[in-house]
Design a protein around this ligand. Structure first.
Ligand SMILES: NC(=O)c1ccc[n+]([C@@H]2O[C@H](COP(=O)([O-])OP(=O)(O)OC[C@H]3O[C@@H](n4cnc5c(N)ncnc54)[C@H](O)[C@@H]3O)[C@@H](O)[C@H]2O)c1
Ligand SMILES: [Zn+2]
Length: 353
């Protein structure tokens, strides 16, 4: 069992990572909650693969269970779905001493977490993430949200779970594109904080070997995120480091209507294009962009895109990270060494186009 503590005073919790943990999931959830009822917020793909088994295990641990199943994908992360989830929680008679379990990727995680943060002014929740992205990123750190027609993650909250339970075996059923999508975030952690992690990823020969040795990779990613969140829970400073590759990445996703590129693919393009530019400007050690490119390519992630310049700038200009006339970019001085770098907004095209 690999364990990462997220130390946040009274909101402290553990992330448990173990292959085969799902077989004992009822016991693990019971250790975190004395609730009578557990409402599982999940999507139809995850539910079809693992929903009834989860219900059985939870019932064996003494919970009354209701599965609340949304359609898969980002298009479900809406106010309308949230409304339906609230309705089902109310119909189930969930009380403040009961439990919400988010079960799936970042979409059920973010939406179910937001439902838990707000239903009855807050009920406990436990995250059981099943995509690599959710296991190394979205389930850790307590950001929960839904999208609005005006933009992604525009309504949300900070709300830490009671615990995060990760079974990397569940990644065996994850379509390859999503596995690689999550790897972009693992590469990001290596870039900003750990050359050791980056080298470990460079040593991976194929997807099978990756899944075989994934536990320490998940552990290190979670530990990096946990340490950053501990110093800046509410995202006013150091947590911005986690946005490496994301300013441009979000713009790439948006310019192609969230259809051509996944989030991780956008981030891969963002990390590489920015690092090429910062290398040219002498802010990044020579050879870093090349090293980054070959790692991303190994995981079949894109590293360049031809972007409609005006549209990208308009998108980045609207980015919520922008402040007044300055913008803070996350740059890397070399692999493992991320830092915040303020530039005037007017200089932005030189960095990202
Ligand atoms: N809260 C945060 O800090 C944070 C951080 C990063 C991303 N996010 C959010 O995460 C979301 C993206 O997460 P995601 O990529 O996990 O998306 P997702 O939840 O849509 O999952 C991707 C796909 O994988 C399927 N799936 C999930 N687990 C599976 C499994 N074990 N086997 C087979 N199929 C499986 C899902 O049904 C879905 O089709 C975005 O909404 C993003 O905003 C949040
Ligand atoms: Zn991301």
């Amino acid at each position: 069992m690999h364990k990462v503590k997220v130390a946040l005073g009274t909101r402290t919790y553990d992330i448990k990572i173990e292959k085969g943990l799902f077989a004992e999931i009822g016991t693990h959830v019971r250790q975190l909650s004395l609730a009578e009822k557990a409402a599982v917020v999940t999507d139809a793909n995850v539910d079809a693969l693992y929903g009834s088994l989860l219900q059985e295990k939870l019932e064996q641990a003494g919970f009354a269970v209701r599965r609340i199943v949304m359609a898969p994908g980002e298009q479900s992360k809406t106010l309308a779905t949230l409304g339906k989830v609230y309705g089902e929680l109310a119909a189930f008679g969930l009380t403040r001493s009961d439990l919400v379990i988010t079960f799936g990727g970042g979409v059920p995680g973010d939406l179910g977490g937001f439902a838990a943060a707000t239903f009855l002014r807050g009920v406990d929740f436990v995250q059981i993430p099943t995509t690599l992205l959710a296991q190394i990123d979205s389930s850790v750190g307590g950001k929960v949200a839904i999208d609005l027609p005006e933009g992604k993650n525009l309504a949300g909250s900070f709300c830490q779970p009671r615990g995060v339970l990760i079974d990397p075996e569940m990644l065996q059923t994850l379509p390859k594109r999503y596995l690689h999508d999550g790897l972009a975030e693992a590469v990001k952690y290596g870039c900003i904080r750990s050359e050791k992690l980056f080298s470990r990823l460079e040593a991976v020969v194929d997807d099978e070997a990756l899944l075989c040795g994934i536990e320490p990779i998940i552990e290190e990613c979670c530990a990096i995120k946990a340490r950053i969140v501990e110093t800046d829970e509410f995202d006013t400073g150091e947590r911005m480091l986690l946005n490496f590759g994301h300013t441009l990445g979000h713009a790439v996703e948006k310019c192609f209507n969230y259809e051509k590129y996944t989030h991780g693919e956008g981030v891969a393009i963002g990390m590489h294009m920015l690092t090429s530019r910062t290398e040219d400007r002498g802010l990044t050690e020579k050879g870093t962009a090349r090293r980054l490119k070959s790692l991303l390519e190994k995981f079949e992630l894109p590293t360049e895109a031809v972007l409609p310049g005006g549209e990208v700038l308009a998108t980045v200009g609207m980015d919520k990270k922008k402040k007044a006339q300055e913008i803070t970019l996350v740059v890397i001085e070399g692999i493992g060494r991320g830092r915040l770098h303020k530039i005037p907004c007017a200089a932005l095209p030189e960095y990202i186009l």
